[in-house]
Design a protein around this ligand. Structure first.
Ligand code: ATP
Ligand code: MG
Length: 368
């Protein structure tokens, strides 16, 4: 699939923008703070109805304006469709799919699949567990609307339970109502995560092997906070007194993690920076395969400032692996050496919320 067109109104630093994309490679260059990442954010917003930078939709509205509008046209194997999202200063949002308002954001999810790759993703192995959980959640939400719903319910109940734990008097029977609900959604989340991580492990192992000429065997292991042979409900019950003492929920998938191993050695503790980056790259590329496998469509890929962070071997590998995917690449500058590697491409210049075409090579073919 690919994004054919975007229209923005009052989105971040854009007033009115209408842009046709190259169905292969779109490169955005320009100085800092001109709107490159804002444009990627807008595309991403029409994919899952959320931003990768903020949970506050009013931040997306241009300063001093009342609402923002993002509109994209998406081309798939057999049909085309459109997405439109209005967000207000009041942080409310309205989503239209093919012109019809949808009730739940999860109805949008199966429409446009996106993988985003930014310099922070290169640190996924080393960073805090929260980043790895976010990665799992983001990917699973894209391929599984039921996961999106389970996660939303789990988070809502977790918040309510944590608020209740902050009260002065705790009634065990009332707490048990939360416990039952929490363990119901929690168990579903753990099962879905386990299955997803097993898949991503197999695929990223293969990719990592190719990047390193077979010298390194990558293993990505799910580290659930409550393990396979234990019951989540029982574990939550057992942590009753420590939960009350700490006034928060101490057990459950909101504490899960991932562990990375190369040739049996823990990459977070002992891996070189290069190994950590290769593992992160393998993980990203594996994500693309999984989305294609699960949905039958290739996702689009957003590469925000990441090209210049990779050495030439990894750049080459990335470019070669992505020949079939529509790419959106931002970088302050893009060297001719990188640019030359793409035959079909449009290079755009982003300046103060306006975009112009610097160079364009398209191959007008009918079959996608
Ligand atoms: P860099 O190369 O540094 O990553 P960039 O081109 O990716 O830069 P963006 O993050 O896209 O930059 O844009 C940042 C600019 O957008 C900032 O100058 C910021 O003030 C502006 N901006 C962000 N949100 C809004 C908003 N709601 N209204 C108006 N302008 C905004
Ligand atoms: Mg940026």
């Amino acid at each position: 699939m690919y994004v054919k067109k975007i229209k923005l109104k009052n989105f971040r630093n854009y007033d009115d923008l209408e842009l046709d994309f190259n169905e292969k490679v779109n490169i955005f260059v320009g100085d800092n703070a001109q709107g490159k990442t804002n444009l990627l954010e807008a595309i991403y917003f029409t994919s899952i109805g959320r931003s990768f930078r903020t949970n506050k939709y009013n931040e997306l509205v241009k300063f001093d304006r009342d609402f923002s509008r993002v509109y994209t046209e998406i081309v798939k194997k057999d049909f085309e469709n459109t997405v439109e999202i209005l967000s207000g200063r009041d942080s409310k949002k309205y989503i239209k799919l093919d012109g019809v308002k949808i009730r739940k954001t999860s109805e949008l999810l199966e429409n446009l699949h996106i993988v985003i790759f930014s310099p922070e993703d290169l640190k996924i192995v080393k960073d805090e567990p929260e980043r790895r959980r976010k990665f799992i959640d983001r990917e699973l939400c894209q391929i599984s609307p039921s996961y999106y719903d389970n996660l939303g319910n789990y988070k809502k109940i977790l918040l309510q339970r944590n608020n209740y734990l902050k009260e002065n008097y705790i009634d065990p029977e009332i707490l048990d109502i939360w416990d039952l609900q929490l363990s119901k959604y929690g168990k579903a989340i753990i099962a879905q995560r386990r299955e997803f991580i097993e898949k991503i492990n197999l695929i990223s192992k293969e990719i990592h092997g190719k990047i390193t000429d077979g010298k390194e065997a990558l293993n990505i292991i799910y580290e659930p906070n409550v393990g396979e042979n234990r019951d989540l409900y029982e574990e939550i019950k057992k942590s009753y007194s420590s939960d009350i003492r700490q006034r928060t929920t101490t057990k459950g998938p909101h504490k899960d993690d991932l562990e990375f191993f190369i040739n049996g050695i823990n990459v977070r503790s002992f891996g070189s920076q290069g190994q950590q980056r290769t593992a992160a790259l393998s993980l990203k590329l594996a994500e693309i395969s999984i989305i294609e496998e699960e949905t039958g469509e290739l996702p689009i890929l957003l590469l925000d400032d990441v090209m210049s962070e990779l050495d030439s071997t990894r750049q080459e590998f990335l470019i070669k692996s992505l020949e079939r995917v529509q790419l959106f690449i931002t970088n302050a500058e893009i060297s001719d050496k990188i640019s030359e590697k793409f035959s079909e491409k449009t290079v755009f210049l982003v300046k103060k919320g306006k975009i112009s075409i610097l160079d364009s090579k398209e191959n007008h073919k009918i079959n996608h």
